[in-house]
Write a protein that binds this ligand. Structure first.
Ligand code: MRU
Length: 357
């Protein structure tokens, strides 16, 4: 790929991030060597997307260890950044398993850095596996809707939903992608369109409000989206608007698939009601890049995510395999199964029957 989302430089103890707030016009890399700067980069979405937030938090713990910041303090600061993506808390817990037993004055920094890099490497492997497992769900000639950005910019490489799309494209299938612009911060317009165009994948940008039109005109066959947190029953939090998309797709008999690494599955909560939804600033809705598009001072509601009921989804693709439409049972099976295989034959997905209007 001609860009990278984030990389840790052990020689200087620095995290280098592509500043996603400036895309697509400016490709600028930030060099961050304090936990505070990394936490702020997560909060203002310079790095975003559930897996990438987890990876950044892992590297931030390495930065803290290098800069002699007390690790419990670093952990508290990072945990305050964004509440919905469970990958953040998952990565912090995974890092703590490594540094927790170490004496504060005698940290094994190389071991901490190696664990953060292992989180990154595992997410790369998960993306490759999700692509392989999910690609059969996309048929030659299909048009696929995606929402927000679940691509390389949201992970270490390739993405989740976009890993599936990239794999289908690489297999030689002729596919078209519709990218919803994703108001208010336009991750679809600014990031997904940019990424797919760089890869030479046919992408058409649509206003979020055009999804029902596409379905009504029979112009889209399936949707593949990412996730920020998946409850035990398969209820899925993803970028605001996903629930509306899933509602429209199920009304038209078209499938919506979620692609997410296992680090996004939160087995500790029974259903979507327990997922905390981040509320963001009013100015993100009142303005676009600092320019007022609404009366200053108008009241605003700006939830960053919504929860799609598992029953509206056709299945979840993870690096451990595909759940099929019985999502809660599928997640329980994948939780119990030995991992690392990239999916067994009996969990291999087949596209669910397509029903036209
Ligand atoms: O607010 P963002 O841009 O971090 O929201 C990102 C999403 O909702 C993605 O779809 C999700 O994190 C999955 S990324 C592979």
């Amino acid at each position: 790929m001609s860009f990278f989302t984030l990389q840790y430089r052990p020689a200087s103890g620095t995290l280098v991030l592509l500043d996603q707030t400036r895309l697509p016009d400016v490709e600028d890399y930030l060099q961050l060597d304090t936990v505070e700067h990394i936490a702020q980069a997560i909060e203002r979405l310079a790095v975003r997307g559930a897996p990438a937030i987890g990876i950044a938090a892992g590297f931030a713990i390495a930065v803290a260890a290098r800069s002699k910041m007390p690790l419990p303090e670093a952990e508290v600061r990072l945990a305050r950044t964004r509440p919905t993506a469970v990958n953040l808390f998952w990565a912090l817990a995974r890092m703590k398993k490594v540094w927790g037993p170490m004496a504060p004055g005698a940290l094994d920094i190389a071991r901490i850095e190696a664990e953060a890099q292992a989180i990154y490497d595992d997410e790369v492997a998960a993306s490759v596996a999700m692509g392989k497992i999910g690609a059969p769900l996309i048929a030659d000639g299909d048009a696929v809707l995606t929402h927000c950005n679940a691509g390389a910019l949201a992970t270490a490489e390739l993405g989740t939903a976009l890993a599936v799309i990239r794999a289908a494209h690489k297999e030689g299938k002729s596919i078209r992608v519709f990218a919803g612009e994703t108001r208010p911060l336009l991750q679809g317009a600014r990031l997904t369109a940019w990424e797919l165009m760089k890869d030479g994948i046919d992408v058409t940008l649509i206003p979020d409000s055009a999804v029902a039109y596409l379905l009504g005109e029979d112009k889209v066959q399936l949707a593949v989206v990412g996730a920020d947190r998946i409850a035990r029953n398969g209820d899925t939090a993803n970028k605001i608007g996903t629930r509306g998309i899933a509602c429209l797709f199920s009304q038209h008999g078209r499938p919506v698939y979620v692609a997410a690494p296992w680090s996004t599955v939160d087995r500790s909560i029974p259903d979507g009601r327990a997922i905390p939804i981040e509320q963001r600033s009013a100015d993100e809705v009142r303005q676009i890049r600092g320019l007022d598009i609404a009366p200053p001072g108008v009241k605003v509601l700006n939830p960053a995510f919504d929860v799609t009921p598992a029953g509206w989804l056709a299945g979840i693709i993870t690096e451990r395999g595909f759940t099929g439409p019985a999502i809660a049972e599928g997640l329980a099976r994948l939780d119990a199964a030995p991992h690392g295989s990239g999916g067994d034959d009996d969990t291999a997905p087949t596209a669910i029957p397509r029903v036209s209007r």
